[in-house]
Ligand binder design. Structure first.
Ligand SMILES: CC(C)(COP(=O)(O)OP(=O)(O)OC[C@H]1O[C@@H](n2cnc3c(N)ncnc32)[C@H](O)[C@@H]1OP(=O)(O)O)[C@@H](O)C(=O)NCCC(=O)NCCS
Length: 173
C-alpha cells in the first residue's frame, strides 16, 4: 500500500517479502554503526513484524522507499512512536542503502514524512532521536527544519533529541 510519494520516491508499507531489501542495509556494518549491530534474516523478519504491528496499532511506522525511475529499493523512512523520558513522541526515522547516500534521498523522504505528519495526521510536533556522533543524520534533521532540543541517554547511548513544532515548520505547498 502506497503511503506517500515524493519527487523521486514512493513510500509504501513493508511486508515479509522485503527481507532481502532490508538486509541490504541491515547487513552493512557501516549503515548499522549507530545501532546495536547488524541484523540477520530472523532479526529482519522481527523488524518487519514490529512495523506491521505499528501500522495496525498506530497507523504509522517505517515505510519502504522505492526509486520511481528504476523501481529499486532505496531505504526506509517513516514515523515511529517513541518514548522520550516518559513522554510519547512521534519520530521521523530514516535508513538508506549506503551506495545511495549523499543524493538528498533521506532529506526528501523525511521532509515528505514531516508534511504528512503535520498536514494529514494533524500532529503538532515531530522529533528525531540521533546518536550524538551521527553527523549525517543530524544534518538531515536540520534540513527537515528541526533544531537540537536536548541530549538524553536512551538505548544506553548519548542521543540528541532534534525537534520541530508544526507552527515552526518550513512553509509547505
Ligand atoms: C543518515 C542517512 C539516512 C543520510 O542519508 P542520505 O540520503 O545520504 O542523506 P542526504 O543526502 O539527504 O543528506 C545528508 C547530509 O549529511 C551530510 N553529511 C554526510 N556525512 C556527514 C558527516 N560525516 N558529517 C557531517 N555531515 C555529513 C551531507 O553532506 C548532507 O548534507 P548537505 O546536503 O548539507 O551537504 C544515511 O547516512 C543512513 O542511512 N545512515 C545509516 C542509518 C542511520 O544512521 N540512520 C539515522 C538513524 S538516527
Amino acid at each position: 500500500m502506497t503511503v506517500l510519494e515524493t519527487e523521486r520516491m514512493t513510500l509504501r508499507q513493508m511486508n515479509m517479502r522485503d527481507v532481502a531489501n532490508l538486509r541490504g542495509i541491515f547487513s552493512d556494518p557501516e549503515a548499522m554503526r549507530y545501532y546495536p549491530g547488524t541484523k540477520d534474516d530472523a532479526e529482519t523478519r522481527r523488524w518487519i513484524q514490529w512495523n506491521l504491528d505499528s501500522y495496525a496499532q498506530h497507523g504509522i511506522g517505517l515505510w519502504i522507499a522505492t526509486l520511481k525511475d528504476s523501481e529499486q529499493f532505496a531505504g526506509q523512512c517513516g514515523l515511529v512512536v517513541q518514548d522520550v523520558e516518559g513522554v510519547v513522541e512521534i519520530e521521523i526515522g530514516y535508513l538508506f542503502l549506503r551506495r545511495l547516500w549523499g543524493q538528498g534521498l533521506a532529506t526528501e523522504a523525511a521532509q515528505a514524512c514531516r508534511d504528512y505528519g503535520f498536514d494529514q495526521l494533524g500532529l503538532t510536533r515531530l522529533v528525531s532521536l540521533i546518536h550524538v556522533r551521527n553527523m549525517a543524520s543530524c544534518r538531515v534533521a536540520e534540513k527537515v527544519g528541526m533544531t537540537l532540543e536536548k541530549e538524553i541517554i536512551k538505548w544506553q547511548k548519548p542521543i540528541c533529541v532534534y525537534a520541530l513544532a508544526k507552527h515552526e515548520a518550513p512553509s509547505r505547498a
